[in-house]
Design a protein around this ligand. Structure first.
Ligand SMILES: Nc1ncnc2c1ncn2[C@@H]1O[C@H](COP(=O)(O)OP(=O)(O)OP(=O)(O)O)[C@@H](O)[C@H]1O
Ligand SMILES: [Mg+2]
Ligand SMILES: [Zn+2]
Length: 387
């Protein structure tokens, strides 16, 4: 092999180092996915890339990215890409790379040096917009340049994947490690619904089984180095809230409520539950706050669901906990918000200038503006005996 071709080979390897596996989001070279690169004197290149699993849903993207990267190297005249599949040994090798040499499974976010901020989205009642708030806040944060993941832990609904347009996608599994599903804005998502053996299966998630599922979504899923993780919780104060409190006491809780009295009261209970589990309640989001008057414009608020619920929950929780629990935003009723949830295009993307999207952006900015890693710190307040 001439000096020229070995130089081109080096550049090809460098170019392949810029291609990320779309699920794992790390260079394919680091993941030992590049099996071989062969070049002849005429600059024809044959590359073999090993996929983690044979049915890899993202092989088209890998094909495009690898081909484009190699083609961009001067001296390359053609690229012939072969996709292979890792054998079991290669897969356990990959698993080890991903675990950073660690063999034991653990929840990376509960390590004291974890910099990932955890936001649990809670509500008292169902249907108040928890999942809509979760996906839109996640996208808003991703738009700010943060790496974001979502755990859909709602055992009743698991609607998050559909809201992000990946309702039918199953996660890739590498040995006993699960790859989260990549979606818009580079967000990774895993849903408790994806852990069922079959989609149409009905699982009665309860107690220990639910706890195992939550731990699996936190420890067996390869999240990588994410800045923020959102958890869409089931409504109310059930098993999952307790499990979460036990496994991730550093999670910060966002309470979503609608404006009416009855909703506010149960929302307060959900907030109190979080506090009992030593989690900090960072704020209240009032959703479906009002309908902007179709005649006069947004200054005239039609209070379809009453008013004051968010402020009431915030005031009650503040006095109960002894620290400020602010109202982080009031999201108006918006037809596009609902439509976006149905079609898989959340409103912060579909109509970023709408009042609803702006509120969501503002809430995301408030949360992330408080600095990465800060929130995990315990405040030295114990909730015991305060209610
Ligand atoms: N501000 C809003 N304006 C209009 N529609 C909304 C708004 N917020 C939520 N919706 C719609 O209300 C319905 C319920 O919202 P969503 O699924 O987000 O609530 P949830 O609290 O997660 O419900 P569940 O308890 O069923 O999981 C959805 O159809 C959603 O599109
Ligand atoms: Mg939901
Ligand atoms: Zn009016």
């Amino acid at each position: 092999m001439g000096v020229m071709t070995s130089r081109v080979l080096e550049q090809i390897h460098a170019a392949l180092g810029t291609v990320n596996d779309p699920e794992i989001r790390r260079p394919i070279t680091e993941l030992n996915m590049v099996d071989s690169v062969v070049i002849d004197d005429a600059g024809n290149v044959a590359v073999t890339v090993l996929l983690t699993v044979s049915g890899c849903p993202l092989k088209d993207k890998i094909t495009r990215d690898v081909t484009a990267a190699v083609e961009s190297v001067p001296g390359v005249s053609s690229v012939d890409l072969t996709l292979g599949v890792m054998n079991p040994e290669q897969r356990s090798g990959l698993q080890e790379v991903l675990r950073g040499g660690q063999t034991q499974r653990e929840i990376p976010f509960s390590r004291p040096d974890s910099l990932t901020k955890i936001y649990a989205i809670a509500s008292g009642k169902g249907g108040v917009g928890k999942s809509s708030v979760t996906v839109n806040l996640a996208i808003a944060m991703a738009n700010q340049g943060l790496k974001v993941g979502i755990v859909d832990a709602d055992i009743y609904g698991h609607s998050v994947p559909a809201m992000l347009g990946v309702g039918d996608v199953r996660p890739t599994q590498v040995e006993d490690m699960i790859m989260p599903v990549p979606t818009r804005g580079g967000i990774s998502v895993i849903s408790i619904g994806m852990l069922k053996p079959r989609r149409d299966q009905v699982v009665a998630w309860r107690g220990p089984m639910l706890d195992r599922a939550l731990v699996q979504m936190l420890s067996d899923v390869y999240w990588g180095d994410i800045d923020a993780l959102f958890l869409d919780l089931p409504p109310g104060t059930g098993d999952i809230a307790i499990s979460l409190g036990q496994h991730l006491p550093n999670a910060e809780v966002l309470v979503v409520t609608t404006p009416q009295e009855a909703a506010a009261e149960v929302a307060e209970r959900a907030g109190t539950m979080a506090s009992m589990m030593n989690q900090r309640v960072v704020g209240v989001v009032e959703n479906m706050s009002f309908l902007p008057c179709p005649h006069c414009g947004p200054e005239h608020r039609l209070e379809v669901f009453g008013s004051g619920g968010g402020a009431r929950v915030a005031a009650t929780l503040s006095s109960r906990f002894g620290y400020d629990v602010p109202v982080l935003g009031e999201i108006p009723l918006d037809l596009e918000l609902r439509a976006g949830g149905d079609t898989g295009t959340p409103i912060v993307e579909a109509a970023p200038q709408s009042p609803a999207a702006r509120q969501l952006d503002k809430i995301a900015a408030t949360l992330s503006g408080r600095g990465r890693g800060l929130a995990g710190m315990q405040l030295g307040l114990t909730p015991a005996g305060r209610f």
